[in-house]
Design a protein around this ligand. Sequence first.
Ligand code: NAP
Length: 273
Amino acid sequence: MADRVVVITGASSGIGAALARQLGKRGERVVLGARRGELLRKVAAESGPDALAVVTDVTKRAEVERLRDEAIKKFGRVDVWVNNAGSSITRNTEAITDEDARMIFDVVVMSVLYGVQSILPHFKARGEGHIVNVSSFLGRVPLIPYRSIYSACKSAVNVLSANLRMDLGASYPRIRVSVVMPGIVDTPYHEVAGPGLKVRAGGYLGTTRVESADEVASKIVEVIDRPVAEAYTSPSSIGLVESYFKDVGAFEENLAKRRQGTEGDNQGRSQYR
Ligand SMILES: NC(=O)c1ccc[n+]([C@@H]2O[C@H](COP(=O)([O-])OP(=O)(O)OC[C@H]3O[C@@H](n4cnc5c(N)ncnc54)[C@H](OP(=O)(O)O)[C@@H]3O)[C@@H](O)[C@H]2O)c1
């Protein structure tokens, strides 16, 4: 199947841009949303002859609805909607300001809600469709304290997605809802979240090499081809999830011990995103 219409938010950079290029190469038609128009149009030019760029701020409901309308106007339908746009911040719980919390909640959670609520009537009318929400491993296992508000918001994305899936399951079995949880990915995300932070492998967790945006995009393409409820992009994630839920206290203690001795590198920050 290579003629789907796929809307991707946050497609001006990183994972979203890589996904657009990969889908475009396969002959899928992509509609790209993000705020930086020039970058977005450049990615569209690399994502197949029909790719459409629609400048969109995903924290504004009307702009997300316009993204949907432009997609349907150009192609007559949408098959897949990927809520990928996101951002983070480097601040521990005690230091989070009202503005930080609202900004991250808007860009991580409200953007997904707007995407879902904008496209669902169209999917229901057609009786089919696929929503893919790009979350994070940190939405499942909150192991980086300075990503506190971001982890909390990605957990909310996981929960909203699971509840939506259950809502739709009985009456609309051909509308699928997937969550993709990347680990550490080499994209501009890190610089946006904490200027000066450099991406590197999460050494003291005994994990994890850094994935490229292209590798994560390939996983998302797999999920689009064969929808599943949830997918991790890093092979080490399942083991970490299992040991976390087996004994949260022991996991945190072990983590604290492993952290000792790594202080100094990136101010002791792991790079697990
Ligand atoms: N990189 C990682 O290690 C990692 C790990 C786990 C999960 N993730 C998740 O993966 C997704 C993609 O991130 P990435 O790593 O590819 O980061 P990135 O390269 O910084 O890309 C983020 C994208 O989101 C867009 N965006 C941010 N705020 C927006 C807004 N208000 N309206 C519209 N678009 C907005 C940006 O476009 P504009 O600035 O042009 O608007 C950009 O295209 C995010 O949801 C992120 O949380 C990343």
